[in-house]
Design a protein around this ligand. Structure first.
Ligand code: ADP
Ligand code: GN1
Ligand code: MG
Length: 352
């Protein structure tokens, strides 16, 4: 079926004027549907998300809880089909729809003020879900932020050398393998109960927040990976993407730096909501989470480059390698400033 016909199967207000590709995500195919109101329709990437029913149940549970806890704020809202389901199947394709969250803006890079706001939006979201039992959620992508598993996958990709690229990225591979000790830090703390399993978004890129034009708030979107996890997964991934002076795929590494002022801005926003909820261990390892999540993502980009670009959408042949290199540059700069980062978190948490 054509996207227009798919869209018409949902409970749309008025008749459809247009259906157009939309956004800059790496995973799903997103369409803007315009009728009397606007909607976001997405073809779910079922190669990755093999259980769309469980995926949509996770999203429904979390958005309903968040909407109840955050009355009057903008929260992602699913639109049912005319048959009352939240999924529409067309052959092997599966679609879902959301209300378009109007009067917001989405950024790929942020200044201090917007980054602080994104910290507050993610902190607020996590705080709203503090009383939600995270074990109700299906592990939709099991071990998504289990860096031990990511390292094993990375090592397997190097060993297989499917695209014959290993010889060209020896230095990058050495960067990853020399830091293997990072991999177990968070999983060990979760498994031995030092830190709690929380509801985590698991993909807290800046472009997964929509900033409200009419208030200081915003909406968290892209909830496909919402699962149980560690607070640091979300904090660290936000810093990875947003506390950089350049885009995630900037080819000129001279432009890529870790910006500790942006780190501080995010930490202040996040901890204004979460400072009183985190336990000591979560707080003490929050700054390190930025290194860990950047490391994990860098090794994923590099593994995908080595495997022949099978996971992340690419727009040029060395795209994944360029993405990996920005991550490694950021890690080196964060490692040099970890003491200051820890002091910033301690100060921000102390104010709560
Ligand atoms: P992906 O998983 O591919 O990143 P997203 O769910 O993040 O897909 O959506 C891609 C883009 O579409 C977002 O960055 C945002 O700009 C836009 N978008 C997604 N959902 C909404 C929504 N409910 N309202 C407005 N814009 C949205
Ligand atoms: C993917 O879907 P998107 O573009 O927000 C990926 C994240 C990576 C990110 C890197 C499900 O996020 O884990 O951190 O790209 N999402 C999935 O840009 O793998
Ligand atoms: Mg996204």
């Amino acid at each position: 079926m054509k996207p227009e016909h798919i869209a018409a199967a949902f409970t749309i207000d008025g008749s459809i004027v247009s259906v157009e590709p939309y956004g800059m995500g790496h995973i799903n195919d997103t369409f803007l549907v315009t009728a009397a109101k606007r909607y976001i329709m997405q073809r779910i990437n079922t190669t990755l998300f093999t259980d769309p029913d469980a995926l949509i149940d996770n999203i429904r549970l979390v958005t309903e809880h968040a909407a109840k806890k955050m009355p009057g704020e903008k929260v992602l809202t699913l639109v049912p089909t005319q048959k009352g389901s939240y999924l529409l199947r067309d052959g092997e394709h599966v679609y879902r729809m959301y209300d378009f969250i109007e009067r917001t803006e989405c950024f790929q890079t942020a200044d201090r003020a917007h980054f602080a706001r994104s910290g507050a939006v993610f902190g607020r979201f996590t705080a709203a879900l503090d009383d939600f039992d995270a074990t109700q959620l299906v592990d939709i992508l099991p071990k998504f932020h289990d860096t031990r598993k990511r390292f094993a996958d990375f090592s397997a990709a190097v060993k297989a050398d499917k695209a014959g690229r290993v010889d060209t990225v020896k230095q990058e591979i050495a960067f990853v393998t020399s830091r293997e000790k990072y991999c177990a830090v968070f999983m060990d703390m979760l498994e031995n109960g030092e830190i709690p399993w929380r509801v985590t978004h698991n993909d807290t890129k800046l472009n997964n927040v929509l900033f409200d034009l009419d208030s200081d708030g915003g909406a968290v979107i892209d909830l496909d990976t919402v699962m149980k996890g560690a607070a640091g997964f979300d904090f660290g991934d936000s810093i990875r993407f947003g506390a950089s002076t350049a885009a995630e795929d900037e080819p000129d590494l001279d432009k890529v730096h870790f910006d500790i002022d942006l780190f501080e801005a995010y930490a202040n926003g996040y901890l204004s909501h979460m400072g009183g909820l985190l336990n000591d261990k979560e707080r003490e390892t929050l700054a390190f989470s930025a290194i860990l999540l950047t490391y994990e993502c860098g090794m994923r980009f590099l593994a995908d480059y080595i495997a022949g670009d099978v996971y992340f959408k690419i727009h040029r042949p060395t795209h994944n390698l360029e993405r990996a290199r920005t991550q490694f540059k950021l890690i080196a700069e964060m490692e040099a400033q970890l003491d200051r980062m820890n002091a910033i978190v301690a100060a921000a948490a102390g104010r709560k």
